[in-house]
Design a binder for this molecule. Structure first.
Ligand code: PEP
Length: 249
């Protein structure tokens, strides 16, 4: 798989009060975490500062979303500048819950990606098809459409992007894509990206998988050539997350 460094993100979603965060911080700081894996956790926005201050420096912190502007009349939202001001370097954009619960479209996700990158944040950009789209054999059409909206906005900043393939039907459902299913999409995406960007971008870009990853299935998924890590939801709240971080030997 070339020299792509394994990457594991933990998306806490809208979970955790301070005592819960203290527990997560305790098992994350205790580790041990594989030094050859980049690890980033993503608390709710209101706890970014709290989590950043308590987590060891080798654990990155991501916001779960941000807006496409630095400041202004955008009630309830946060800016990349605020995320950085809390000492955090990452943001998750385009998560399927943002797209499907909050109605974010490709254009908005692209604009957010562009602005976050312009402010020096790194981006975990999420794409993935719904069940009906997979059943209609539209998986590649959907992920290519979503990725096209990103390509236009990433420009030369691919080094600060991790692409997360998260089939919507596998998120929070306990229904994981098989290693072969995930590998097939990752491999096709990488080949398609080489044509749309360059071989160098396609070969160095980390494409991670998300969707019901747990301590039981992570090792098999991690064996696949084009799976460069995971974005983990539910299982990132439990001590087993350390096993997922260490899935790649
Ligand atoms: C996610 O929220 O990105 C996710 C993959 O969730 P889960 O692991 O719970 O399916």
């Amino acid at each position: 798989m070339g020299d792509r460094k394994f990457f594991v993100g933990g998306n806490w979603k809208m979970n955790g009060l301070k005592p819960d965060i203290d527990e997560i911080v305790a098992f994350m700081n205790a580790g041990p975490l594989n030094e050859n894996t980049d690890v980033v956790v993503s608390p709710p926005a209101i706890y970014l500062d709290y989590a950043r201050q308590k987590l060891n420096a080798n654990i990155g912190v991501a916001a779960q979303n941000c807006y496409k502007a630095g400041k202004g009349a955008f009630t309830g939202d946060i800016s990349p500048e605020m995320i950085k001001d809390c000492g955090c370097e990452w943001v998750i954009l385009g998560h399927s819950e943002r797209r499907n619960v909050f109605g974010e479209n490709d254009e908005l996700v692209g604009a957010k990606t562009k602005y976050a990158l312009s402010q020096g944040l790194s981006v975990i950009a999420c794409i993935g098809e719904k069940l009906e789209e997979r059943e209609a054999d539209q998986t590649m059409d959907v992920v290519q459409r979503q990725t096209t909206a990103l390509i236009e906005n990433i420009g030369d900043n691919w080094g600060k992007v991790v692409l997360a393939y998260e089939p919507v039907w596998a998120i929070g459902t306990g229904k994981t894509a098989t290693p072969d299913q995930a590998q097939e999409v990752h491999q096709k995406l990488r080949a398609w990206l080489a044509g749309k960007t360059s071989d160098t971008v396609a070969q160095s870009l980390r494409i991670i998988y998300g969707g019901s990853v747990n301590a039981g299935n992570c090792k098999d998924l991690a064996q696949k050539e084009d799976i460069d890590g995971f974005l983990v939801g539910g299982a990132s709240l439990k001590p087993d997350f350390v096993k997922i971080v260490n899935a790649k030997e």
